[in-house]
Design a protein. Sequence first.
Length: 129
Amino acid sequence: MKILALDLGEKRTGLALLKEEFILGAGVIAGYQNLEKMFTQLAGVIKKENVTRIVYGLPCSKSGEQEKKYKAIAQQIGQRYQLPLEGVNETLTTVEAQRRGGKQCDDNEEAAKIILEDYLNSLTSKNKS
């Protein structure tokens, strides 16, 4: 199973990939401010890597507005690529990405890796129950 994680952003979207049991940074593509460009770039990654599932960071806020926006974008991704899709709480992933990577790595890509780790950890927790 190849899972692609997305750290959606207005200008940049970070990518991470579960490939042969390793989590790899997969770069950065356009953000949702340029949706068609993001979709085109995403299609290339999905095809090249034979992605079977997508997880994305889902912000949690009091108003819920940003969460609605991300869910709407994710729904478009799911419909467009006909892949299973799941949101993962992304609270503090950027802060953790900055702490982990410092200046030598991209915060968006590192945040996508954290989102993927959190998703895999949630699967492990469910299997233990």
